[in-house]
Design a protein around this ligand. Structure first.
Ligand SMILES: NC(=O)c1ccc[n+]([C@@H]2O[C@H](COP(=O)([O-])OP(=O)(O)OC[C@H]3O[C@@H](n4cnc5c(N)ncnc54)[C@H](O)[C@@H]3O)[C@@H](O)[C@H]2O)c1
Length: 344
């Protein structure tokens, strides 16, 4: 079965097994060009897709970018522009990004800006890309700070082949499951129940389709982040500080951040789901605490966090599962939240 969702009236997201095929990416379009961009771990998949596109009459060329964050670099993107120009790509051609969030972000930014924007199609090959990075139209590269330069540009299509996700290294898979749990906590009680029950063994087809539906609903109502889109940052305020201070992976840090935000939610809004949230985090093999960190260092990082303003620290809290709200929290609540994740 293939689940199809439409995001913001602009992107069709297909989630299913064995669906990373050329036919899913582009209708056969003789004489058009597809620039297929991959990372080292997806180069084989990308080459296979390019062969399929060629068989359908589309000229397809593959370019492999450096792995991970190294792809999100203006010099790398400049290389993409030159390559696409050299291929003679016009506005009616397509960039196909095959990979995790670093590839959809970097190649997506190239698609957003080359000739003022060409069609982008993503094959999201990590859970994180499938449930988060590939959906919602944010693209960008790092310049000193993370994602300092970017553009909003919806891909036309996103393909998530769950067979590809099932084969991911466990650590990469887990990283994305933290964001799937976050999606459940802010917008889908049944997704939380599923992750709580099955943990890491949860059927990714269901998990990804449900998490994408949450993000699609939020982005559909607030594309440019004027308000509700901020709810997607649940667990990210303290999570980001922990990511930097502990050098932890993003997903693990978000898990810790959600435990902290859960405590703040209990104190500020009477949230009663802390145990459920922690149970799901445990079952996903994600950490619920970050012991050994210097609280002053974490507080300093929170002070530099863009979510802080004059009235206190701005955090996304939960009144209940599926009922997020943005609130300013004072020092005592922040301290209690850090204490809940053993930063004390
Ligand atoms: N645009 C957005 O809205 C948004 C949202 C969240 C995150 N992001 C960005 O996404 C990035 C993180 O995404 P990510 O974790 O997918 O990063 P990533 O692309 O670096 O992938 C993580 C690792 O998984 C490997 N990998 C990818 N596909 C694989 C496969 N099929 N088999 C084996 N290994 C594979 C990659 O080579 C890499 O080493 C960050 O740069 C972040 O800023 C963007």
């Amino acid at each position: 079965m293939v689940a199809e969702l439409v995001v913001a009236g602009a992107t069709t997201v297909a989630v299913g097994r064995g669906i990373a095929t050329a036919e899913r990416l582009l209708p056969p379009r003789p004489r058009s060009i597809a620039a297929v961009v991959a990372q080292p771990s997806t180069a084989r998949l990308a080459r296979g897709l390019a062969r399929g596109l060629e068989a359908g009459g589309t000229r397809a060329e593959v370019r492999v970018l450096p792995d991970g964050e190294a792809a999100k670099d203006l010099a790398v993107v400049a290389g993409l522009y030159e390559w696409m120009a050299g291929l003679g790509m016009s506005r009616s051609d397509t960039l196909v990004a095959v990979g995790g969030g670093s590839i959809t972000d970097a190649a997506g930014f190239a698609a957003a800006t080359y000739l003022r924007g060409i069609e982008a199609v993503y094959v999201a090959t990590t859970v994180l890309a499938a449930v988060d990075a590939a959906v919602g139209g944010k693209t960008g590269v790092n310049l000193g700070a993370k994602n300092l330069v970017g553009a909003f540009h919806h891909p036309a299509r996103v393909v998530v082949d769950v067979d590809v996700l099932d084969a991911l290294p466990p650590a990469v898979r887990r990283d994305g499951l933290a964001e799937a749990l976050k999606a459940g906590l802010i917008g889908d009680e049944a997704l939380v129940a599923l992750l709580e029950r099955d943990g890491e063994a949860a059927d990714l087809e269901d998990v990804v389709a449900r998490a994408v539906a949450v993000k699609a609903a939020v982005v559909g109502r607030d594309f440019t982040e004027q308000g509700e889109r901020a709810h997607l940052n649940y667990g990210h305020t303290i999570g980001h500080a922990v990511e930097v201070a502990a050098g932890m992976g993003h997903g693990a840090a978000v898990a810790v951040g959600m435990v902290a935000a859960g405590r703040a939610s209990a104190l500020e809004m009477g949230f009663t789901g802390e145990d459920r949230q922690r149970e799901a985090i445990d079952r996903l093999g994600l950490p619920a605490a970050a012991p050994g960190l210097d609280p002053a260092g974490v507080l300093a990082l929170l002070g530099a966090d863009k979510k802080r303003d004059a009235a206190g620290l701005r955090m996304v809290l939960l009144e209940a599962v599926g009922r997020p709200a943005v609130r300013h929290v004072g020092a005592a609540t922040v301290e209690a939240a850090l204490d809940a994740v053993e930063i004390a």
